[in-house]
Design a protein around this ligand. Sequence first.
Ligand SMILES: Cc1cc2nc3c(=O)[nH]c(=O)nc-3n(C[C@H](O)[C@H](O)[C@H](O)COP(=O)(O)OP(=O)(O)OC[C@H]3O[C@@H](n4cnc5c(N)ncnc54)[C@H](O)[C@@H]3O)c2cc1C
Length: 392
Amino acid sequence: MDNGGNGGGKQPPPPFTSEHEELRETVRRFVVKEIAPYVPEWEEKREFPRELYRRCGELGLLGLKFPEEYGGQGGTHLHDAIWVEELSRRGASGGVAAGLNAHSSIAMPPIFKFGNEWQHERWLTPGIRGEKIGALGITEPGAGSDVASLKTTAKKTEGGWVVNGSKTFITNGVRSDFLVCAVKTTEEGGHGGISFLVIESDMPGYEVTGKLEKLGWHASDTGEISFTDVEVPDSHLLGRENEGFMLIMANFAWERLLMAIGAVGAMDRLVEVSTEYAKEREAFGRPISGFQTIRHKIADMATKAAASKALTYDTLRRFEAGEVVIKEVAMTKLLTQRSLVELADEAIQIHGGYGYMREYEVERALRDARLGPIGGGTDEIMREIIGKNMGM
Ligand SMILES: Cc1cc2nc3c(=O)[nH]c(=O)nc-3n(C[C@H](O)[C@H](O)[C@H](O)COP(=O)(O)OP(=O)(O)OC[C@H]3O[C@@H](n4cnc5c(N)ncnc54)[C@H](O)[C@@H]3O)c2cc1C
């Protein structure tokens, strides 16, 4: 029997316990029934319905790790991890998962962690219900890996800030209601001069200047945003002035770990669909799984998937226990994102010409996977973090 890739009938591997299995089953049923069948249509249309946020909100899936007083489920990061893993494991595309998670797991955590009661009420509670949609705005046309060099400025005025600048590559940037936005609040900017403002998309001077076309993640919107003299009240400052860099770093750990967890789910799925296909597809009078090269490809895929899962679950366990895992998170992201690209490529090879066709999901899997070594910090930056944390 299928047990989420954990092996039939066994106890779930740590950090998960049998207590988590009920949620896994709920998410699995939901994704299989209400998401996976519509993915081809949403990918083609370049968006999924806004209504999906509300539906996820109704089921409690956007607030798994937030306290009940805000409408959340009062769970932990482990509950969120199950949601993210099962989304990709059960057939949500990278774009659908990105659109949902950029809101619930990337834009809302800093509001919860650094926000005050007024801010929780204004963005977190409606966000958990899927009524307001959030995005995280850090990257700019001239500042990606080098986050500290961002140029969007917020100038202090009586009672607030005036924001000028632009952001790019923002997931949910086109349809978000609020943007958790990094801005320069000193002349010099840099590590000690960045703050976060929550900017609402209906504020005068806030303009979505583009919806970007991409290689993959088609069902997610990736926006370009410009700010022209946007007046943002003081009450929208998230956390302390000039301490935004800390918020960026705090957020990255979970974002990267989530990307790893999503990849783990996607890898299990690729192994599964490739195995099924290899058993069914015949060439030279026998199933292609009868050829040692194909069997070995799948054996290598399964091995990489298992190694990625082991490292990811271990980093997740340590993260949840409160350990400082900067190096481990970077290692986990580096390994899982590259492994997923390799697995998706092999899955296409096993599927032959059909693998190159839109009809088979492995074609999309490779396009979606290619974002992994770039987004949320590139492979090269992960290696820099690992090297620095090894004292070099
Ligand atoms: C589909 C998509 C969705 C995204 N969603 C969001 C979002 O919601 N919010 C957000 O803020 N951002 C988002 N991003 C931005 C993403 O985080 C950045 O693209 C990423 O951090 C890389 O920055 P960059 O594109 O400017 O590349 P650059 O920083 O210009 O890097 C170019 C190349 O140079 C290398 N490089 C740079 N610095 C170094 C160094 N010190 N050592 C070695 N090599 C280096 C990089 O590794 C890379 O190979 C998204 C991007 C994409 C493509």
